[in-house]
Every structure is written in structure tokens, then in C-alpha cells.
Design a binder for this molecule. Structure first.
Ligand SMILES: Cc1cc2nc3c(=O)[nH]c(=O)nc-3n(C[C@H](O)[C@H](O)[C@H](O)COP(=O)(O)O)c2cc1C
Length: 350
């Protein structure tokens, strides 16, 4: 079974659904001694299967597949309808219909079957805790299991069901909050504080994620007890990433990020644009319904290159992203982390 200590460079590529994660990015990161990841979220199992095949063609090294745990129950219909009325003007402006407020499970069973059959070295879960039985099923197939957590109680639950490691996500992180519930505490806390608290509560390896974009930050989380650093936004300008051109053009600008449910009905961090600024206050907690409702709006805005009309997921350190091949980004982060650690340890020499 995969062990995080097997990585030459303790850096994990964050799974980034909705475009940025590609097989090419995963291959490049794994070949550079880090751990590449595929994002299965929003995709059909058949497409994920093709992506696994593509990664295996590109590398013999380890990689992971990220799967969304489904929401337990449909959202409040009245809240969804209210928000749909709020978005009617957006739809009219773009000349599209709002999507249907569909409640579904992102192909949960089909994806579980797929990963048990394909046996990637590792599967990580987001948006919930898999059952002990699901974890056992994956272990029986020889697949390691990671669970994304955003608070101490989630870390304890994930350790109890038998997770091999935890992805500890600080509030700095780009994209969705990966915790188990989208409640009033879903915004979470800062990565260093969360790492310290989780480290005291569980004894399995921790992968730190959220706002890590240079070597010094990689060194910092390893010093704080993480077994590896997971980076997302810092890879979004790599040529191997599937980041949209409109977001690429803005990623290095000093644009503030904020947490919002406006695009998907689940709290997520994005660079604040017009849509996010105008609709965050009214958006209910209703995932995946709102994700489907806004889907035609976002697709149309993306097609027009209108960066004010779709989600610009990014972590708080997005300005530090560099337009470099992914392998070079991984190698530079690792070399800079090493240098930082050596220089820092000299400060304690006396
Ligand atoms: C564009 C984008 C898409 C994301 N999609 C996913 C996803 O599909 N699954 C997941 O577990 N996390 C997802 N995340 C969160 C990342 O896994 C990770 O927690 C985050 O990127 C870390 O913060 P950073 O972007 O500041 O490095 C996404 C993040 C971004 C920026």
C-alpha cells in the first residue's frame, strides 16, 4: 500500500475539479517526485477511467484519485427557488436558461466500483467521511485512503473509520471547503492552527493544504508536523493545468479572495469578481442543486471569456503562482524548502 514516505519530494498536487486537474499535470508532478492527483468530481466514471489510463501511460509512479462524498439529503426547495429568482437577471443577460436544481450523488457507486477495479495507489475523499466499510473495501483492493478534514472533530471521525492519512485543509485554500458539512463553521480556521490542533488529536500522517505557494511555506508545514504539503493554486499557471484562459490572465493580480456559496451552494474560496460580489449574500447552502442551476451561466461566461461571470477558485496566495512547467514548480518548491529548513535550523544553533 502507498506510503507518503515513499515520495522523493513531499509535495502533493491538489486535486482540482472543474478543469485545472488533468492527467498531464498529474503525470508531470509524479514524475518530478511529488504525488499527482486526478479529480473525479463532476465527471462520469467512464471519463475518470480514461484519465487513469492516461496517467498510467505517462508514468509508473504513484498517483491519487479524488472522489466527492455525496450530500446526505436534498436542500430546502424554497431556498433554492428564491435564489433561482435572484439569478433570473443573469440568465436573461446571457441569453441562457438556468439549469435544473438537480440533487444527485456525482456517480458515487460507479466511482467506488471504478477505483476498486482500477486500484490506483490512493483515493482521497472530499465533502464527507466514507464509511468504515468503504474504507475496508478500498484497503482490500490495495488502495490507500485519505480524507479531507477542516476541523478536529472530522479528523477524529476519519481516523476512526480507518483512513491512512488526512488532508488538513486550512481556510486559506482555494476551491471548496472540503469538510463534512456546509454549516456556519465551514469557513474553518488557519492552516497552522488547524495542523497543531489535529496533530494533538490523531496519530496518522497529515497532508497540509491551503495557501502554500512557495518553498518557505512547504518547509513551514513540514516543521509544523505535516508529512507533506499539498498545493493547488500554485500549479494553476503550469502549461499542463486545464485552467481557463480568463482566469490565467488574472491569477497573478492582487485581487482579494473570499468565501462564497454563490456559484455552487457550497462554501468555496475564489477571487472576488462581479458575480461573487453581487450574489454571495443571497446564496443558500444547497449543493449540488445550485451547482447545476448556475452551470449554464458559468459555461456561457467562460465561453465569452467573461471573468466576472464564473467562479475563479483560488487560494489566498494566488499571486505567487508561476507560469512554469509543473515539474519545475515542484523541483523549485522542494529546493527552496530545503534551503529554508537549513537556514532556519542555523538560527537555533546557539
Ligand atoms: C480550482 C480548484 C479546484 C479544486 N477542486 C477540488 C476537488 O475537485 N477536490 C478536492 O478535494 N479539492 C479541490 N480543491 C481544493 C484543493 O484540493 C486544495 O485544498 C486547495 O487547492 C489548497 O489551497 P491552495 O489552492 O491555496 O493551494 C480545488 C481547488 C482549486 C483552486
Amino acid at each position: 500500500m502507498f506510503e507518503i514516505s515513499e515520495l522523493t519530494r513531499p509535495i502533493v498536487q491538489a486535486p482540482m475539479g472543474g478543469g485545472p486537474s488533468t492527467p498531464e499535470l498529474a503525470v508531470a508532478v509524479s514524475e518530478a517526485g511529488g504525488l499527482g492527483f486526478l479529480a473525479a468530481g463532476y465527471k462520469r466514471a467512464e471519463q475518470v477511467s480514461l484519465e487513469i489510463e492516461a496517467v498510467r501511460r505517462g508514468t509508473e509512479r504513484h498517483f491519487g484519485v479524488n472522489v466527492f462524498v455525496p450530500s446526505p439529503k436534498p436542500a430546502d426547495r424554497a431556498a433554492v427557488s428564491r435564489y433561482m429568482r435572484e439569478l433570473a437577471g443573469e440568465a436573461a443577460r446571457l441569453g441562457v436558461e438556468l439549469g435544473p436544481a438537480r440533487f444527485e450523488d456525482d456517480g458515487w457507486e460507479a466511482k467506488l466500483e471504478l477505483v476498486c477495479e482500477e486500484r490506483p495507489p490512493l483515493v482521497s475523499f472530499t465533502f464527507g467521511c466514507p464509511s468504515a466499510e468503504t474504507v475496508r473495501r478500498l484497503h482490500d483492493a490495495g488502495v490507500s485512503v485519505w480524507v479531507t478534514v477542516t476541523r478536529v472533530s472530522e479528523a477524529v471521525s476519519a481516523a476512526e473509520v480507518g483512513a491512512d492519512a488526512l488532508v488538513v485543509q486550512g481556510t486559506e485554500a482555494g476551491g471548496h471547503r472540503g469538510g463534512f458539512v456546509d454549516d456556519e463553521q465551514a469557513a474553518g480556521i488557519g492552516l497552522l492552527a488547524l495542523l497543531s490542533l489535529v496533530r494533538r488529536s490523531v496519530s496518522i500522517p497529515l497532508i497540509a493544504t491551503g495557501g502554500i505557494a512557495d518553498g518557505a511555506a512547504v518547509a513551514a508545514v513540514l516543521c509544523a508536523g505535516a508529512a507533506a504539503a499539498q498545493i493547488g493554486t500554485a500549479l494553476m499557471l503550469a502549461p499542463e493545468a486545464g485552467t481557463t484562459p480568463a482566469q490565467r490572465a488574472l491569477l497573478r493580480e492582487a485581487i482579494p479572495t473570499g468565501l462564497t456559496r454563490a456559484f455552487t451552494g457550497r462554501l468555496a474560496r475564489g477571487m472576488v469578481n462581479r458575480f461573487q460580489a453581487e450574489h454571495s449574500a443571497a446564496a443558500p447552502s444547497a449543493y449540488p442543486e445550485i451547482h447545476h442551476v448556475t452551470s449554464p451561466l458559468r459555461a456561457q461566461a467562460r465561453q465569452r471569456g467573461d471573468a466576472d461571470g464564473f467562479n475563479l477558485w483560488a487560494g489566498q496566495a494566488h499571486e505567487l503562482a508561476r507560469e512554469r512547467p509543473a515539474a519545475e514548480i515542484i523541483r523549485t518548491l522542494a529546493a527552496d524548502a530545503r534551503e529554508t529548513l537549513a537556514a532556519t535550523s542555523r538560527r537555533f544553533a546557539g
